[in-house]
Design a protein around this ligand. Structure first.
Ligand code: NAI
Length: 692
């Protein structure tokens, strides 16, 4: 087998080229190839300086994911980096594309670093529950000082080539062809008579107590229980205290301490799910329809966000509103969104993007769009009316989508003469920010329409999950159940504030009551009203929440809800307590610990999720995990609720559910799928694999 690493000599310059398509992953053959090339360079009397560069779009990728979970083969990456560093003659890393993770560490093993504009340097390891493990945490601070390393490593962040030059991570910035520029740079270094300059031989960076304190405070808050970001800070601190060789050993020790943890397993699970979620067997070989223009109907909260998302992806948008004033308002919201995107560096120029937006009040303007997304009021008769109009004006072959949160997409499709072209595209608010897109597929939808929806999601840089038709689809249906568990815990003795605190301690960004205050407590009230006619008499009604609505306590927007607000900062609203006491009546009260709260909340989530999978609303457990991760703030390091359930044991969860069912058999009905898996001794993970 030929090596993916080539060694060529031109004059006095050795060029070591890594060619391991598609992403120059640092698999065993590349590591061995780099090792051998350095040996050859050392022994090569003709070559006085070496360049390492990558062929293709990247300098060097990170670890080879096909080697995950297998015993590592020598040479290991830390040794390869040190081997490069120990070369007897100067070595240049010439970086033209992303050099992230292991790729960045190889570049740091070289003596000099040249970057072509457009290159990026970074350490994304924490996103997989790890820290840099091949010297990155020890070498980077020796070049840049601790500040930039503390900015980058706990965040899993990266910098541009310009920024890399500013912070001292690279030595030279150029424009043009990487090979050409590297040759010019190498000749210059030779002419200057430079020698090897080993980063590992540079002195320890200065210890800065304030910087470490600030980083630890920030990441204790931000990481919400995730350990890798704080471990990355420990590794950088080691660089300030220890000689290089010992620092490397400490980095290794910290790296290995993370390697076998449940958090690492959760991150890996989430990482692979990102790839699996859009791979649906029924869509294999199905070509999507071309989408070159989009219509959006309704320009309120969601419509304006969806239009923004499409514009950011370069798609022209025609937005239809009820009247001129609403159309103007929608345009103003979208303009504000685009301006904010420019400020965040996500968009170059708002003005030219806005030329792709047309706002109208006449549906006829949609006659030529390839896809229309409806985001009008959540009311079946309004949706019927809109889809009848869309059916009348849209061209044959166009896709008709609804952003409904709860309504029956099959019924909406039936309002048209072309149900095969109708699908649900359930965006999350704010639609131009949130990553999740639930693609709701009625039985009547044509496969290529589903494939088109997945292709659109990719274009919008969203993570798409296929969902079946039911009240709330995957995410909101499960949410309604764990919200129900929270209300039941209030009746049984836990306070809303204890519940919020316990759920945050589990790793979610907010508890359910804080979330309610943020979204507006009128939403929950309206949902209860909508469901009231079908409510089972055994169900409970959170009468205190209804009373809060009638008091006008709608959460943040009215200054009080479960919390009272000064700005966005809330403190528990004591006025809610008597309302809760009244609702509790003489029910027996339990003394809830945070663990008890977490257990019930999560069990409710998993039990409903198992029903969702069992009924085929979600194709696999992993679809639930992805939905909760990207739409509901479930901590990534826990992998997702189904992964969490496997890790605590399905039998133990089922026992709990059966136990609670003794008091509340209506709410705690075990999911048949959960019972079946426990009976068969199988896990959700087994189900994922069976469907692969
Ligand atoms: P909204 O009330 O902010 O906006 C609705 C807009 O539709 C208004 O601007 C209204 O003028 C316009 N509109 C009403 N009838 C129309 C018609 N016949 N033709 C053209 N425009 C019309 O509502 P929001 O929150 O944007 O919700 C829209 C849809 O998105 C609903 O189905 C909702 O369930 C769904 N949704 C809402 C989410 C949220 O967080 N707000 C999240 C996901 C989905």
């Amino acid at each position: 087998m030929t090596s993916p690493v080539r060694y060529d000599v031109t004059g006095e310059i050795a060029v070591i080229t890594i060619a391991n398509p598609p992403v120059n992953a640092l698999g065993h053959a590349v590591r061995q190839g780099l090792w051998d090339a350095i040996d050859r360079f050392d022994a090569d009397a003709q070559a006085r300086i070496a360049i390492i560069l990558g062929e293709g779009a990247l300098f060097l990728g990170g670890a080879d994911i096909s080697e995950f979970g297998k015993p590592p083969k020598e040479p290991h990456l830390p040794d390869v980096c040190t081997h490069i560093e120990r070369a007897s003659k100067p070595v240049i890393a010439a970086v033209h594309g992303p050099a992230l993770g292991g790729g960045c560490e190889v570049a740091l093993g070289a003596h000099y670093r040249l970057a072509i504009k457009g290159a990026r340097f970074g350490f994304p390891e924490v996103q997989l529950g790890l820290i840099p493990g091949a010297g990155g945490s020890q070498r980077m601070p020796r070049l840049t000082g601790v500040g930039p390393a503390l900015d980058m490593m706990p965040a899993g962040g990266s910098v541009t080539a310009d920024q890399a030059l500013d912070i001292g991570l690279i030595d030279h910035l150029a424009e043009g062809d990487v090979h050409e520029q590297a040759m010019i740079y190498a000749k210059g270094l030779l002419a200057d008579g430079v020698d090897v300059r080993r980063v590992g031989d540079l002195p320890c960076p200065a210890y800065d107590a304030d910087a470490f304190d600030a980083a630890r405070t920030l990441w204790t808050r931000k990481a919400r229980g995730e350990v890798a970001p704080l471990t990355a800070i420990d590794a950088v601190e080691a660089a300030t205290r220890l000689p290089f060789d010992e620092g490397i050993k400490e980095e290794r020790r910290l790296f290995l301490s993370l390697m076998e943890t449940p958090q690492r397993a959760g991150m890996i699970h989430a990482f692979f799910n990102d790839r699996k979620v859009s791979k649906l067997p029924e869509l294999k070989g199905v070509a999507p329809r071309e989408i070159a223009s989009v219509g959006v109907i309704g320009g309120g909260t969601m419509g304006a966000g969806i239009a923004t998302a499409c514009l950011l992806a370069g798609l022209p948008v025609t937005l239809v509103e009820r009247d001129e004033a609403s159309a103007e308002k929608a345009r103003a919201t979208i303009t504000g969104n685009l301006d904010a995107a420019v400020k965040r560096g996500k968009l170059k120029d708002a003005e030219s993007t806005l030329t792709k937006l047309t706002t109208v009040t006449d549906y006829a303007a949609l006659s030529d769009v390839d896809l229309a997304i409806e985001a009008v009021f959540e009311d079946m008769s309004v949706k019927h009316d809109v889809f009848t109009k869309l059916d009348a004006v849209m061209k044959p072959g166009a896709v008709l989508a609804t952003n409904t949160s709860y309504l029956d997409v099959t019924e909406i499709a039936a309002a048209t003469s072309r149900p095969a072209d109708v699908i649900g595209l359930h965006f999350f608010s704010p639609a131009h920010v949130m990553k999740l897109l639930e693609i709701v597929v009625p039985d009547t939808t044509a496969p290529e329409v589903t494939a088109t929806a997945f292709a659109l999601a990719k274009r919008l840089k969203k993570t798409a999950v296929k969902a079946g038709v039911c009240d709330g689809f995957i995410g909101n249906r499960i949410l309604a159940t764990y919200r129900g568990a929270a209300d039941r815990m209030i009746l049984a003795g836990a306070s809303p504030w204890e519940i919020d605190a316990a759920i945050k301690a589990f790793g979610l960004p907010m508890g359910p009551f804080e979330m309610g205050d943020l979204a507006g407590l009128d939403i929950g009230y309206m949902t209860r009203q909508r469901k009231a006619p079908d409510r089972d008499p055994r169900d409970i009604v959170p009468t205190w929440a209804d009373a809060m609505y009638h008091n006008g306590w709608l959460g943040q927007k009215t200054g009080q809800g479960y919390y009272t607000y000064e700005g966005r900062k809330g403190t528990p609203n004591d006025a809610v307590k008597p309302l809760i006491d009244e609702a509790r009546g003489d029910r027996p009260q339990l003394d809830f610990t945070p663990e008890m709260i977490q257990r019930r909340y999560m069990a409710a989530m998993v039990n409903e999720a198992a029903k969702v999978v069992g009924e085929g609303i979600a194709a696999r457990p992993l679809d639930v995990d992805v939905t909760l991760l990207y739409g509901y703030g479930f901590p990534r390091w826990r992998g997702g609720p189904m992964h969490w359930a496997d890790s605590v044991g399905l039998d133990a969860l089922l026992n709990d559910i059966k136990d609670w069912a003794k008091d509340d058999p209506y709410f705690w009905q075990p999911a048949p799928l959960l019972e079946q898996l426990v009976a068969e001794g199988r896990t959700f993970s087994d189900l994922n694999e069976a469907s692969a």
